[in-house]
Design a protein around this ligand. Structure first.
Ligand code: MEV
Length: 305
């Protein structure tokens, strides 16, 4: 028997610097890709199955209709007109914490499927389209910001429906992330904002519009290296996310503690309802912010920092 070919893909996780939720309604977002993300390995097989962090999701079984990862994988296989494959995904990020684990998995799988499809002499669908087919099974109304960050990495300017733009910051940012509590479902958080927008359109539209203005200003700060001002914009963005109803007391506390420890700014990142807080610090203050978070019993991410 010949050796079985393995097709591979990798993709980045992400931290949203500013603009989550408003980005769903057409405002821009500023997002940074992380070094860590997800890796996928794919092999032709006589059965279709996704193995994710050790949990197996076989396709075509009664249980697979209930399994979101199995349904999302099925959507990807259909888009690629792929034959039966087994896929194994290794995650380098905490899942469900707002760091883009799901998008990283989708993009890593789509990359591996692209390799397989090209090896079969067929043309593959655009990566962004494939990644969204995966992501929409989980999120329903994903803006595409997470999958764009997973695909491109780096500092990204993203607006729904437009090609993302890579930004070159004047100086790299010192970003710190604390894992505060387990995250809520992105779908539910996005639906919650939609429900509040329907109930109080003027109030919620004003919040979303102000977030959009902050993101535009943050872009200029990033490009000019004005980190103190960028930090203030992040903290203001957090206050608006609180008013939008997507923060929690634990996230607010982690933001306040980071600011009191000398961070230039801090905010929840991702859909909220739990998950992570991101802080921007000067290189000199970073250790103090980490220390303050550890004092709260929070783990900082990446784990080695
Ligand atoms: C989730 O990381 C970001 C949200 O804005 C949802 C989305 O844009 O798809 C909450």
């Amino acid at each position: 028997m010949g050796a079985v070919t393995t097709y591979r893909g990798h993709a980045a996780g992400k931290v949203i610097l500013l603009g989550e939720h408003a980005v769903v309604y057409g405002s821009p977002a500023l997002v940074v890709g992380l070094d860590r993300g997800a890796s996928a390995e794919l092999q032709l097989s006589d059965m279709a199955e996704l193995s994710l962090g050790g949990a197996r999701h076989p396709l075509g079984s009664a249980a697979s209709a209930e399994s979101l990862p199995a349904r999302a994988f099925q959507a990807l296989l259909q888009l690629f007109s792929a034959p039966h494959v087994t896929a194994r995904v290794t995650l380098e990020l905490p899942p469900g914490a707002g760091l883009g684990a799901s998008a990283a998995i989708g993009v890593a799988l789509a990359r591996a499927l692209t390799e397989l499809t090209l090896a079969r002499g067929l043309s593959a669908p655009p990566l962004a389209e494939a990644a969204l087919a995966w992501e929409n099974v989980f999120h329903g109304n994903a803006s595409g910001v997470d999958t764009a960050a997973a695909e491109h990495g780096g500092y990204l300017w993203f607006r729904r429906g437009s090609a993302p733009e890579q930004l070159q910051p004047a100086q790299p940012l010192t970003l710190l992330v604390a894992l505060v509590q387990s995250g809520a479902s992105t779908r539910q958080m996005v639906e919650g904002v939609a429900a509040r927008r329907a109930a109080q359109p003027a109030r919620v539209e004003a919040l979303l519009a102000e977030i959009g203005v902050l993101v535009e200003a943050a872009r200029l700060c990033l490009l000019a290296g004005e980190h103190a001002q960028l930090g203030q914009l992040m903290s203001r963005n957090h206050r608006l996310l609180v008013e939008l109803g997507v923060s929690t007391p634990a996230l607010d506390h982690a933001v306040n503690v980071a600011e009191a420890a000398g961070a230039l700014g801090a905010k929840l990142t991702g859909a909220g309802g739990g998950g992570c807080v991101v802080a921007l610090a000067s290189a000199a203050q970073a250790a103090r912010v980490h220390e303050a978070w550890r004092g709260l019993g929070l783990s900082c991410w990446p784990p080695s920092s």
